[in-house]
Design a protein around this ligand. Structure first.
Ligand SMILES: Cc1ncc(COP(=O)(O)O)c(C=O)c1O
Length: 381
């Protein structure tokens, strides 16, 4: 099997991640943080926050809250802020994990939502956010990297624009975390949502939200914390105020090992490998008149190759790739319906091939040869 669906979930995971998760079965999963000693150096929960803080340049690791993934992190950010009566700006490249929470609040009459348009690759100039912001805009929520085309936005500039208007900047880093440099301190990000199972090489069901110090956020859930049990309300302070219930320790262990792998390998090396594969994809398929490509040559994570074969719906291409060539891609709308009209791909969406650090050049050539063969299939009139 050639796996090119890493934007959905990464496979394979580094050996270090597999070993670390297996080792969690070797003893009871009780940890220091639940005895109030999270700063201990051998506490895997704190170590994981700490490595994430290194990767995202966050000053205080305890400002990172663990969640089940980006979806929960984004729900926490969006529902936790006092946004009632305000306007929220999002973009056309958002995933449903942003669109649905804000659209639900809009339907309940609590907020209004403005959507910033993108170009035919998904790119949005920072200035377009300035034009969309209104006097009552209190938050700009933006996807750092499109899960459809792989386009990457200039978060530092967008954050400056949001702050100049007195709005929070909330970043969906689901696709960019572990794939593109992220600098929460320098870019002055207010909240950053990430998920563990994509380019961070962790398991499904773990992710988190970084929250800048001083932001008043309501928790999504309250309950047991393992410490301060005598208090009848959720204990204050980060991260405990937001982490009710037993944490997903195996997930956190996997995330720690995944982030360690990235830091030890070097993000630059990972990006360079993917850039080389991206170059092959464009060299082999870029000029093919039977293929429409939606991924950009610049402002890119080099991780997604988003395309259609002219005269075929994406599902047909995905089916042939899987059944005839044993190549796994993703087809359809990719949970990002707002981008469709800008790419000109309504109603069927696109085919997305997403490689990883573990994808080989040979696999990419097999994929491009398969796509070339598919373009020769006689089309329906
Ligand atoms: C851009 C983007 N945002 C949010 C999510 C949601 O992540 P999760 O399902 O891990 O919560 C995804 C996952 O596909 C994504 O690609």
């Amino acid at each position: 099997m050639i796996y090119l669906n890493n934007a959905a979930t990464s496979y394979p995971k580094p050996k270090e991640v597999q070993d670390a998760v297996l080792a969690t079965f070797n003893g009871p999963l009780v940890h220091a943080s639940r005895t109030g000693l999270e700063r201990e150096d051998d506490d895997i929960i704190y170590l994981c926050r700490s490595r994430l803080a290194d990767l995202f340049n966050i000053d205080d690791p305890l400002q990172i809250v663990f969640t089940s993934g980006s979806t929960e992190a984004l729900n926490l950010a969006i529902k936790g802020l006092p946004l009632e009566g305000s306007n929220v700006v999002i973009s056309a490249i958002e995933h449903n994990s942003v669109i649905r929470p804000v659209k639900t609040l809009e339907k309940e009459g609590k907020i209004s939502v403005s959507i910033v348009k993108c170009d035919k690759n998904g790119y949005i100039e920072p200035q377009q956010f300035a034009e969309a912001i209104r006097d009552d805009t209190r938050a700009v929520i933006v996807n750092h990297c499109s899960n459809v085309t792989g386009v990457v936005l200039d978060i530092k500039e967008i954050a400056k624009i949001a702050h100049a208007a007195g709005a929070y900047i909330i970043v969906d880093a689901s696709q960019s975390a572990g794939a593109v440099p992220i600098n929460c301190s320098d870019w002055e990000i207010d909240m950053l949502a990430f998920t563990g199972h994509k380019s961070l090489f962790g398991m499904q069901g773990i992710g988190g939200l970084y929250v800048r110090k001083g932001i008043d956020l309501k928790p999504l859930k309250v309950g047991g914390t393992g410490v301060l049990s005598e208090i009848l309300l959720q204990p204050e302070g980060f991260p405990i105020h937001y982490e009710a219930g037993t944490l997903n320790t195996p997930g956190i262990v996997s995330l720690y090992a995944g982030v360690q792998f990235i830091l030890q390998t070097g993000l630059d090396k990972i990006i360079e490998h993917k850039r080389k594969l991206y170059e092959i994809l464009f060299n082999e398929l870029g000029d093919n008149p039977d293929i429409e490509i939606y991924s950009p040559l610049k402002h890119t994570s080099y991780s997604n190759f988003c395309f259609n074969v002219k005269g075929m719906v994406p599902e047909e291409v995905g089916y042939v790739l899987e059944v005839s060539f044993d190549i796994w891609v993703r087809t359809g709308l990719h949970c990002a319906p707002l981008i469709l009209p800008f790419l000109g791909v309504e109603p069927w969406g696109t085919v997305r091939a997403s490689h990883s650090y573990f994808t080989t050049e040979e696999e990419i050539y097999k994929f491009t040869e398969a796509v070339k063969k598919i373009t020769t299939i006689p089309k329906r009139k």
